[in-house]
Ligand binder design. Structure first.
Ligand code: MN
Length: 259
């Protein structure tokens, strides 16, 4: 299995190293990852400055690896177009420290790494562990290998990627695997307003989860019920229900009316 691994926590992240370690025995592993943390950069790409990549070693692995000054999406594109000797069969992004669920998918560099793989037509998986504190990666890494094998066996629909969140628990406390949907759970955002030592105001985005119960079958529900959450995500953002409703609006362009 030829695998391309990226992440958004940076090439030195123990989550990435655990993922590489899990894939080393099962295939040909390549790593292209940001040289520093690029969390919450979404699907940003580098168009207005040079993109650079240099060879690095991943501790304990013989995988060919490059660190870049780009984002996760840059890394995947650079790997597929330029650095890898052949197109990967699977792209993996992670293992991220902290969950990527609900509305956060839009901001996630981890998910965007996998999304870029899907744009290139490669089956892709984003993997996150559900806690920022004392994260452990062995369950997530082992499950990622199993899921990659399943994808090669069954295939994925075109334009689909998988977003995986693994509870931060020992193997015997994982209650199973749930195929989930993206939760609509919101976070109540606040801007902390402070004053810097030079007397100038600055802002820092913060917030808390809304006190809404997790709907059964969602990604947030799976994590709180100790299940590994696997959410299929599609690149097509079209809202077919809204489009059908809007066709009855009789929208028309009438040049004379705007003059
Ligand atoms: Mn991250």
């Amino acid at each position: 299995m030829r695998v391309l691994i990226t992440n958004d926590d940076g090439i030195a992240s123990p989550g990435l190293q655990a993922l590489v370690g899990a894939f080393d025995p099962v295939g040909e592993t390549f790593v292209v990852a940001p040289e520093r943390e690029r969390s919450a950069t979404g699907h940003a790409i580098t168009l207005h400055k040079p993109l650079r990549a240099h060879s690095v070693a991943i501790p304990g692995s013989a995988a060919r690896a490059w660190a870049t000054n780009g984002t996760p999406a840059d890394c995947v594109a650079l790997g597929i177009i330029e650095l890898l000797p052949a197109k990967p069969e699977v792209v993996l992004s992670g293992i991220n420290v902290g969950p990527n669920v609900a509305r956060d998918l839009t901001y996630s560099g981890t998910v965007s790494g996998a999304m870029e793989g899907a744009i290139f037509g490669v089956p892709s998986i984003a993997v996150s562990v559900g806690s920022f504190r004392n994260p452990t990666f062995s369950v997530a890494a082992a499950f990622a290998v199993e899921l990659a094998r399943a994808i090669l066996l069954h295939g994925l629909p075109e334009d689909t990627l998988l977003n995986v969140n693994v509870p931060n628990l020992p193997p015997d406390r994982i209650a199973g695997v749930a195929i989930t949907r993206q939760s609509a759970k919101r976070f109540i955002s606040r801007m902390e307003k402070r004053v810097d030592p030079r007397g100038r105001t600055y802002y820092w985005l913060t917030g808390d989860p809304s006190p809404v119960e997790d709907l059964e079958g969602t990604d947030t529900w799976a994590l709180t019920h100790n299940r590994i959450s696997v959410t299929p995500i599609t690149l097509d953002m079209t809202d077919d229900r809204a489009a059908a409703a809007m066709r009855t609006w009789d929208l028309a362009w009438r040049p004379a009316s705007g003059a």
